[in-house]
Design a protein around this ligand. Sequence first.
Ligand code: GDP
Ligand code: MN
Length: 403
Amino acid sequence: MNIHEYQAKELLKKHGVKIQEGIVASTADEALEAAKKLNAETGTSWYVIKAQIHAGGRGKGTVNETGSHGVVLAKSLDTVPTIAGAILGGTLVTHQTGPAGKKVNKVLIAQDVYYPGDSAPKEYYMGILLDRAKGCNVIMASTEGGMDIEEVAENSPEKIIKEWIDPKVGLQGFQARKVAFKLGLEGNAFKEMVKFIFSLYKAYESSDSSMFEINPVLKTSDNKILAVDAKVNLDDNALMRHPDLLALRDVTEEDPAEVEAGKFGLSYVKLDGNVGCMVNGAGLAMATMDIIKLSGGEPANFLDVGGSANAETVEAGFRIILQDPNVKAILINIFGGIVRCDRVANGVVEAYKKIGNISIPIIVRLQGTNAEEGAKIIDESGLAVHSAILLKDAAAKVQEVLG
Ligand code: GDP
Ligand code: MN
């Protein structure tokens, strides 16, 4: 699960990470109030107005309706409402959002930390993520902050510093010092960076995150080390341990069909193809997508109904797949282990009748306990549903209905 920059910064601050302070606002009036409050609290008289969406590249992105960028500097209090107004409610398109962009519902009014006239601000990159191959977390840092890190990784990989953390002993002092040293820091800035890395790692571990990306980390001319941006990805499997973090979920940022699927305990990922599929088990779902490709189709989605393929989940699955106008056929591939094929077949027939206006062919392949009975139920239902027991027959039927 992703969270917004303003929420991520609160999480960091709670663990002692120094951040660029800010206050979130949903309207131009609130933005002005936020700026006044920020002025009283931090003394800043310039403000950075930042669109809050779950995507990066906001600074270079453009709001369709107004042409404003997604991160804008306001050099006086009275320009804050106008600038915020040109971002709020608009559709921000960045290289990470795709051409459809994302609607901006909130802006963060942040203090300006690049002091006017400051000749020596320096931006760094810092990320923490799980290295699955090595089975431990890795801190990644670079002197090339503020830039697209994927570009740095491709063009000058030597500029990316990596430090792997042994999960049994945690982050060690020498490791944090090594990173700060390799970033070329000395004196107070060095000490501040070591503290920054420790607090950041603590925030990462205690929130069960799977990715942190702080780009840029700023060194001011008076040697403060601050998180100016913050991207946090929390591990979904650990969210039950963090009800406070789960409460930060913003479903408006997620794909509506995927949110709907989640309500029924279905794992759904939309893809661009023409054959929808509904399968029990992630491995079988992957294999079914391969079968679709081999039959000349393209999978329109990944959909794992999990262990419980009953009338209710099948109906939910149908409805979600049918929302996609590209779908020309649906392949249901269920292995009846604990769940019996005849029950699944009845569920399919029931769901099919309940939805009523399904105009595309459905191929149901049931294998396992009571497979024959299941196929019989499908064949005798009188509906435009084709049954198959062998996977190669199901594939042939997909090929046939696609023409
Ligand atoms: P992103 O474009 O979505 O990654 O958003 P960031 O939060 O990284 O901001 C984009 C850029 O805005 C940064 O790289 C900075 O150059 C600039 N920026 C952010 N905060 C400030 C600030 O306080 N003052 C000034 N002058 N620029 C800032
Ligand atoms: Mn950034």
